[in-house]
Design a protein. Sequence first.
Length: 42
Amino acid sequence: MNWSGAGSEAVAEMIVVYSMAPYLRRASATRATVAFFWPMAT
């Protein structure tokens, strides 16, 4: 397999995004909760 070029970069980026997605969802949910219960925090 040839992993050189823009195609492999796109695949690597997609893998990173998908692996980070659960953490990002948790972080955004936490931020929304803090902002809702403690408006001064934002």
